[in-house]
Design a protein around this ligand. Structure first.
Ligand code: NAP
Length: 249
C-alpha cells in the first residue's frame, strides 16, 4: 500500500492489537505515519504486532501487556504510552471477547466477563484517554462495536448487550467530548475473518454467509480502513455515528 501520510505525526493507542481487527488497525495506522501503542492481554501477540509495524516515516511504536477491564492497568498504561511515544490523540477500542451460550444456560460469570471487557473496558480506556488529553490538535476515538448490537444474535445475550452499550456510550461520549475537540464514533463490523470467528462452526458460517448480500466474510483490513477514515481528518465533521461495515448484512 502506498504512503499517504494521513496520520503522520499522530500517536494512536489501539487495544486488542495482538490479533484480528486490532492488529490490522495497528498496521494500517503505522503505514499512514502514526506512532502506535499496541495494547493487549496477549503479550507475545502484542510484541509481534509491534515488531511488524512500519517505521519508515520516523514513527516509533511500543506495546503494553495489559487488561482493559482492570482499572489499574488502564490508568498505568495510558501514562506509560505517553512516556514512551508521546501524547496520544487517537484511540481505537478493539479489545473484545465472546462467551456464547443460550440464554437459559448462560452463567452470570459469562455475562459479567463479556460486559467487563467489551463495555467497561472501552469506558475505562476512553475515560483515561480523555483525562490525559491536553492536545491543541483534534482527537478521535473509534469504538469497535458490532452489527449484532443493533440486530441481536442467538446465543449472544451478553455480547449483544455489550455492543449495544458501546453504541449508546459512543453517542454520549460524542456529545460530551465535542467541546474538547474530540470526535467519537463506532464501527459496526459484520462477519469478519479473525481468530474470534475462526471458532464458529462450519455450518453456522455457511448460514451467515447466505444472509450476507456480498456473500463473503469481511477482512480485518476492511474494518481498519473504516477506522482510518474515522481517525483521520477526512471525517472531521463526523461524530456520534455508528458506521456499519457488513457487506450489506
Ligand atoms: P480477536 O482476533 O479475538 O482479537 C481480540 C483481541 O483482544 C485479542 O488479542 C484478545 O486477547 C484481546 N483481548 C481480549 N480481552 C482483552 C482484555 N481484557 N484486555 C486486553 N486485550 C484483550 O477478535 P477480533 O475479531 O479481531 O475482534 C476485535 C473487535 O471487533 C472485538 O471488539 C470484537 O467484538 C469486534 N467484532 C468482531 C467481529 C468479527 O466478525 N470478527 C464482528 C463484530 C465485532 P486474547 O486472544 O488473549 O483473548
Amino acid at each position: 500500500m502506498s504512503f499517504t501520510g494521513r496520520l503522520a505525526g499522530k500517536v494512536a493507542v489501539i487495544t486488542g492489537g495482538s490479533s484480528g481487527i486490532g492488529r490490522a488497525v495497528c498496521r494500517l495506522f503505522a503505514q499512514e505515519g502514526a506512532s502506535v501503542a499496541v495494547l493487549d492481554r496477549d503479550k507475545i501477540g502484542a510484541k509481534e504486532t509491534c515488531a511488524s509495524l512500519s517505521n519508515h516515516h520516523g514513527n516509533r511504536h511500543c506495546f503494553v501487556h495489559m487488561d482493559v477491564s482492570s482499572e489499574d492497568d488502564v490508568v498505568a498504561c495510558v501514562k506509560s504510552v505517553e512516556g514512551e511515544i508521546g501524547k496520544s490523540t487517537i484511540l481505537v477500542n478493539a479489545a473484545g471477547i465472546t462467551r456464547d451460550q443460550f440464554l437459559s444456560k448462560m452463567s452470570g460469570k459469562q455475562f459479567d466477563d463479556v460486559i467487563a471487557v467489551n463495555l467497561k473496558g472501552s469506558f475505562l480506556m476512553t475515560r483515561e484517554f480523555v483525562r490525559a488529553f491536553t492536545a491543541e490538535e483534534p482527537g478521535s476515538i473509534v469504538n469497535i462495536a458490532s452489527i449484532v448490537g443493533k440486530t441481536g444474535n442467538i446465543g449472544q445475550a451478553n455480547y449483544t448487550a455489550s455492543k449495544a452499550g458501546v453504541i449508546g456510550m459512543t453517542k454520549t461520549m460524542s456529545l460530551e467530548l465535542a467541546r474538547k475537540n474530540i470526535r467519537c464514533n463506532a464501527v459496526l463490523p459484520g462477519f469478519i475473518k479473525t481468530p474470534m470467528t475462526d471458532a464458529v462452526p462450519e455450518e453456522v458460517i455457511k448460514k451467515v454467509l447466505k444472509a450476507i448480500p456480498m456473500q463473503r466474510q469481511g477482512h480485518p483490513g476492511e474494518i481498519a480502513n473504516a477506522c482510518l477514515f474515522l481517525a483521520s481528518e477526512e471525517s472531521s465533521y463526523i461524530t456520534g455515528t455508528a458506521l456499519e461495515v457488513t457487506g450489506g448484512l
